[in-house]
Design a protein around this ligand. Sequence first.
Ligand SMILES: *[C@@H]1O[C@H](CO)[C@@H](O)[C@H](O)[C@H]1NC(C)=O
Ligand SMILES: *[C@@H]1O[C@H](CO)[C@@H](O)[C@H](O)[C@H]1NC(C)=O
Length: 186
Amino acid sequence: MASLYSFICYHHLLLFLLAAAIAAALTTRAVADDMTHLHFYMHDILGGSNPTAVEIVKGPIALPSVPGINFGNLIVIDDALTEGPELSSRPIGRAQGFYMSTAFQEASVLLSVNFVLAADGPYNGSVVSVQGRDPIAAPVRELSVVGGTGQFRMARGYVLWKTHGVNDTNDEAILELDVYLTAQVP
Ligand SMILES: *[C@@H]1O[C@H](CO)[C@@H](O)[C@H](O)[C@H]1NC(C)=O
Ligand SMILES: *[C@@H]1O[C@H](CO)[C@@H](O)[C@H](O)[C@H]1NC(C)=O
């Protein structure tokens, strides 16, 4: 029986070690849970009477595989960010920056943008700076959060970037963005 008891004790020790390992893992997970998650929609409107995206350079080389897109196209944007997918839904802020067609074989842009969050919203005019590669036909693209200001000072993170839909009336792409970041609390 003694040996059985020590066997059980051994198992208790194993269970204790296992519990300690799980606690440590949960603690590590808790750090990840400190990430801020922002979810909003971006309206990239190239046409209609109120465009917010304007092509300022027409790239010199047409891409045979991607009709209508030239290598080197440069578009400057001041796009609306909204809570829901409709342009009329609650404003969150603006996406100010540019994107440039930077691939020969596919429709892919280099995107550099500041998410300027509403001064009267929970993030008080803070900025999230994002840069990355956006192969626009992919279902989900991942871009980098490279910095921020205000509540997002020293931000690091990533954005999962999806095309929610298009509106042909005003040549609008509606993008669904999930931003995950950690920042140094000021
Ligand atoms: C929000 O912005 C105002 C004006 O810049 C500033 O006075 C206030 O301290 C800010 N609050 C937070 C929580 O950052
Ligand atoms: C498409 O855009 C036009 C012009 O802004 C708007 O009137 C219309 O409601 C939009 N359509 C959809 C389905 O959102």
